[in-house]
Design a protein. Structure first.
Length: 459
């Protein structure tokens, strides 16, 4: 019973499982809080945190826990399923039965399942004008397969691309004491030297001024060089699609989150130069760029839907395009040409730009020596980091595969080849093998850790 002032005279009764959750430590974005209430209190009173960001953090933490408790209550019978009513009157038509079956199935879904279906429907609706139903199905499969790794990589980009507060040391004149005597001021105030020496203001002091937050580096170059030779079968291409999606989309989303969380509209957001280059007998740019983007050297990403569609088109091309042979040197040379631009050389020298170059291949190339020399040149740039990811599997000849619609019973199977060791020649200790998409995080940790060490050595 509430007291006269409207305040209950006893604490609310909380389920024991919920109480355990509320009292256990909470770790969010790498920071540990003693319990849930401390997390909420510190986030709510954080002056640098907007209300929308606070609510988004709260939702991301609480919703999964709520859904877990809900599923437990349904499974244990705490929440009862409604009793079926007996039929009255005539039978149901086939159409009514189908509708009823769908309704029953939907009612039995968990909240997370319904949320997942709704999210997939929204995604499919947003892509229906640009992509076929089969392409959208493939896109949803890639998103589902890579979901965990995608979020992990986004956190890794946050470690690599640090937000810092710039500081500047300035000299302030007009002090009666200090470390630096200003001769010009002493001469100017000399008439007062014998009269009021204590009033002379002839010293300057070094003061540290704190500037606004900025991101270091200011631009990141992500080059994804992918094998589109005839030896890349459907399974290898799907693994390549998953790797490209995780790497590129996680970086784009990290940039978008930074833009949304920036309280100051003048805050400088990190610039991205993202390129997806396919190789075979020739090199081909899979991620289309506007003339303005080519000139300025980075993407215009303010229209998130537009850049997202461009990325998905490049990922779909990985599954469809076959460029014949295995000459990765042309794509690697294109990367080197881009990095050798005078403006980008200046940016890397000033530590304002870094480049991450990743080649995804089944390991073979007919230009091993040439490619190895280009990789060495890329890595010689102070702000460039490069590695190769090998997708294992049987190596077949680079003869383009015959479309299924044109296959005949007498069609010869592609010739199975033995490994030449080309991958090791090109990448050496900087080449890593990807056995499954789940291993991508380990590979990227290795790449980014090496990059961070290289960056630290430049400080």
């Amino acid at each position: 019973h509430p007291k006269g002032n409207g305040i209950p005279d006893a604490r609310a009764v909380v389920d024991s499982d919920v109480q355990v959750f509320l009292e256990q430590p909470v770790t969010y974005l790498g920071k540990r809080h003693s319990d849930f209430f401390t997390f909420v209190r510190e986030a709510f009173f954080d002056p640098d945190l907007s209300l929308s960001v606070f609510l988004a953090r709260l939702e991301r933490l609480v919703i999964p826990i709520f859904e877990r408790f809900l599923r437990q209550d349904i499974a244990s019978g705490v929440i009862k399923q409604p009793q079926k009513k007996s039929e009255v009157g005539g039978g149901l038509s086939p159409g009514d039965k189908e509708s009823l079956a769908k309704a029953v199935k939907k009612s039995r879904q968990s909240g997370s399942d319904r949320a997942k279906q709704n999210a997939e429907k929204r995604f499919a609706d947003s892509k229906s004008d640009e992509f076929s139903k089969q392409e959208i199905k493939t896109m949803l499969e890639i998103k589902e397969k890579t979901d965990t790794v995608y979020w992990q990589l986004m956190d890794l980009w946050g470690v690599f691309l640090q937000t810092v507060r710039d500081t500047e040391v300035v000299l302030e004149s007009g002090h009666r004491s200090g470390q630096n005597l200003e001769v010009s001021e002493f001469v100017r105030q000399l008439p007062n030297f014998l009269v009021n020496p204590d009033q002379l203001r002839i010293f300057s002091r070094r003061l540290i001024e704190q500037a606004k937050e900025s991101t270091r580096p200011k631009q990141i170059e992500l080059f994804l060089v992918v094998d589109l030779s005839g030896s890349m079968d459907a399974q290898k291409r799907r693994a390549t699609q998953e790797a490209v999606y995780c790497l590129a989309k996680s970086l784009l989303q990290y940039q978008q989150n930074s833009r949304l969380q920036a309280d100051d509209p003048t805050t400088e957001i990190i610039r991205l130069n993202l390129r997806v280059l396919g190789f075979g007998d020739r090199s081909e740019d899979l991620l289309l760029r506007s003339p303005n983007e080519e000139n300025q050297g980075f993407l215009e990403t303010e229209d998130q839907a537009e850049i997202d569609n461009r990325l998905w088109h490049s990922i779909m091309d990985i599954g469809k395009k076959s460029l014949g042979g295995t000459r990765d040197s042309e794509s690697l040379q294109e990367v080197l040409r881009d990095l050798d631009r005078p403006d980008k050389q200046d940016q890397m020298a000033a530590k304002d730009s870094v480049a991450v170059v990743i080649e995804v291949t089944d390991g073979e190339t007919t230009t091993a020596s040439e490619s190895a020399a280009i990789v060495k040149s890329i890595r010689s740039n102070p702000g460039a980091h490069a590695c190769g990811i090998r997708i294992p599997g049987l190596l077949s000849s680079d003869t383009p595969r015959v479309p299924r619609s044109q296959e005949v019973d007498t069609a010869a199977e592609p010739e199975i080849l033995s490994e030449s060791g080309a991958f090791g020649i090109v990448w050496g200790e900087h080449g890593q093998q990807l056995t499954s998409i789940e291993k991508l995080k380990e590979v990227m940790i290795s790449v980014l850790f090496a990059a961070l060490l290289k960056q630290a050595s430049r400080e």
